[in-house]
Write a protein that binds this ligand. Structure first.
Ligand SMILES: Cc1ncc(COP(=O)(O)O)c(C=O)c1O
Length: 397
């Protein structure tokens, strides 16, 4: 019997970042030395006090189903944190806790999109957005941005992409994959178009706590009065607290949307892991020094990466205001041979760099921007130094 896979799932692109990481792992298993800059996850272990909270939760018997949208304590703690950091007023019922921010995004798109609706996604974009939109039957509308403007969507480009079918604008700041950030003024100018055209914004703020230097983070819902009524904010503990494996993310949204997401989640997955929820609660309510300590390391690595990119011939990257990615312009290095192998595009370049030097990055084409390679600098300085030696040797080959 031949079983056919549904058309909607057949149309999905597998995650390119995970595919590159799998290739890197394969080479490692075959005994090759690999410097892996493909996956966006902090190399630090989850801080000790958070792990201990999880152990205490298990000992206390918090190993059962919880309310589908998360334990009351965590929803309250998230709401309080937004009050304290951004002055935003949310009730705990407006917070839905899910299995990582990716799940939160899936919930948001699923409860808002009908087939035929359009979702505007500025490119370069994180690999999962377009695929999650497609799963709902809605249409991702990709809008290109300019490196000269740090890959930020402008109000003009937004306006030009809006049609009568446009329902949602997706924003991600600080950005994966570019590391660039919208200023509060940039967001305000976009918000004016959003309000005029009656759009909903899904604002992915997962890198909110990883901001460098004088860059100012603004939560989208704060930049104009009334935006809170049309914004779904996405966040979680994965990046700020080095908790990628615990799978806790959340949404903050108008009550009707939160209720719909809670209802969807109650049928699809039930609650996220009870133990992880207690760990996330400890992360949010506990000492925040661990976030600052990790940020210091990321800032050092960012400086190093910036310096090495500037040193190498004909490479550039946008201003990295936050997150832990360098989106490197490799256009000057395409269309030639590397040790006898022709390299025409970013996929060729990343695959040859991995094959020849054991350096794993992700091709820009996976993020909707040909001619770039994304390097995650969530790895230690020694590994970064080795990786850049490999990139340098590759460019000279
Ligand atoms: C921009 C962005 N949003 C969401 C996520 C998903 O985070 P989580 O691991 O909490 O699902 C990631 C992870 O790479 C990300 O880069």
């Amino acid at each position: 019997m031949s079983v056919s896979i549904s058309k909607i799932v057949q149309a999905l692109e597998p995650s390119a970042t995970l595919a590159m990481a799998a290739k890197a792992r394969e080479l490692k298993a075959a005994g090759k030395k690999v410097y892996d800059f493909s996956v966006g996850e902090p190399d630090f272990n989850t801080p000790e006090h958070i792990c201990q909270a999880a152990t205490r939760a298990m000992a206390a018997g918090h190993t059962h189903y919880t309310a589908s949208g998360g334990i009351q304590e965590l929803r309250t703690a998230v709401a309080k944190a937004y009050q304290a950091r951004h002055g935003l007023e949310y009730s705990p019922a407006q917070v839905v806790v899910s299995n990582g921010a990716k799940h939160s995004l899936h919930n948001a798109f699923t409860v808002l999109c009908d087939p035929g609706d359009e979702v505007i996604i500025p490119a370069p974009y994180w690999v999962s957005y377009a695929e999650l939109v497609k799963l709902t039957g809605a249409k991702p509308v990709i809008v290109e941005t300019e490196e000269a403007n740090d890959f930020k969507l402008t109000p003009g480009k937004l306006r030009a992409a809006i049609t009568p079918k446009t329902k949602i604008l997706l924003l991600c700041s600080p950005s994966n994959p570019t590391g660039s950030m919208y200023t509060p003024e940039d967001l305000g100018a976009l918000a004016d178009v959003v309000q005029e055209k009656n759009l909903v914004v899904i604002s992915d703020e997962i890198y909110e706590r990883l901001i460098y230097g004088d860059n100012k983070f603004a939560s989208f819902a704060t930049v104009r009065p009334g935006l809170i009524e049309r914004t779904i904010t996405i966040n979680g503990v994965s990046k700020a607290y080095a908790m990628t494996g615990w799978r806790i993310g959340w949404t903050l949204a108008p009550l009707a949307i939160s209720k719909a997401m809670d209802s969807l989640q109650s049928q699809e997955t039930s609650n996220p892991s009870s133990v992880s929820q207690y760990a996330a609660l400890a992360a949010i309510e506990g000492p925040q020094q661990c976030v600052d300590d990790m940020l210091k390391h990321f800032a050092e690595r960012r400086e190093y990466v910036r310096h090495r990119i500037a040193e190498l011939p004909n490479l550039s990257c946008p201003n990295m205001g936050g997150a832990f990615y360098a989106f490197i312009n490799i256009q000057a290095h395409l269309g030639r041979d590397y040790a006898g192998k022709r390299v025409n595009n970013s996929a060729d370049w990343c695959l040859e760099l991995l094959a020849q030097q054991g350096v794993a990055t992700v091709m820009g084409s996976a993020f909707g921007a040909e001619g770039y390679a994304r390097l995650s600098f969530a790895t230690n300085l020694e590994t970064l130094a080795k990786g850049f030696e490999g990139i340098e040797a590759f460019l000279k080959s």
